[in-house]
Ligand binder design. Sequence first.
Ligand code: ADE
Ligand code: ZN
Length: 362
Amino acid sequence: MNPTTPPEKTAMTATIDAALASIPRERLPALLQRMPKAELHIHIEGSLEPELIFALAQRNGLSLPYTSVEALRAAYAFKDLQSFLDIYYAGASVLLTEEDFFDMAMAYFRRAAADHVVHAELFFDPQTHTDRGVPFATVIDGLTRAVDAAQRELGVSALLIMCFLRHLSEEAAFETLEQALPHRKKIIGVGLDSGEHGNPPEKFARVFARCKELGFRLVAHAGEEGPPAYIWSALDVLHVERIDHGVRCAGDPALVARLAAERMPLTVCPLSNVKLCVFKSMAEHNLASLLDAGLCATVNSDDPAYFGGYMNANFTEAFAALPQLTARHAHRLAANSFEASFAGAAQKLRWKTALDAAFAQA
Ligand code: ADE
Ligand code: ZN
């Protein structure tokens, strides 16, 4: 399938079609910057910049094993997912109070708004905090307050997705679900993250089944480092509605065909994939071929403070390194982000109309 042939072809005006065909590559960076977009794969703890880690450590009277912001940033050289996770969990240990979670999320929302992110679905890892004695309510209250402030002050809408840490047990995930239930209305869905190797989706089949009964939307990281088999199980065992990353589907043509046929969204994170050595360089990233295979791929930042950029850096660096990517791909990626979001249909239509307008004026 050609990526230039969106599923809602009839809704796309002839004006947009013509505009897309005539936009030269030189105009893409500005267009990528100003087009409205949704971010569907951001770990809020991964937006904690070294400066804020130091500020929160000082506010909370904690000492860090790094002498300066620069020394901490210099440690961000990762060879794989686990080498990143070790430092990411250490960074999150400065978060203690509701104010800390609020400040972290607001810092992200300001960066997102500057990148014309109009909607964000934030992952948070409660177990990273509750295992250190921080109450679940402290985490969710700080984040919820930031979600409300982002809408009010920045015009960014946001939803929260609670992730289970897959290196921990099924029992621990069930305990976390229990703690979340009094806050059910503040959480749109559940996800699955942390180290993929040796922690297949099947380990959480019963937890996800219960979450589905409770009405949570379901997503899971699969096929980041793990094999295509993990993507099959995320679909068939966990019954997820989006695959986070999923780039390793490319090794399995039957899986690619299924993902395309079902328009199963993949929340792709280009800078993350390069920093964690999933691809040797951005030039080798498969974003363009996933789109050209008809997949509902989206672009996201994953852990922007650790991987060298927020949303627009992910877009501009991917487009700079992959000459196959055109204005049609840019429009499709943004349209996919709205289609794949957990927002309501009327809101999705308003965003899509604003997106078309941005391209019609290009
Ligand atoms: N937690 C934070 N970032 C992650 C990633 N890229 N993969 C799995 N778990 C994560
Ligand atoms: Zn992730």
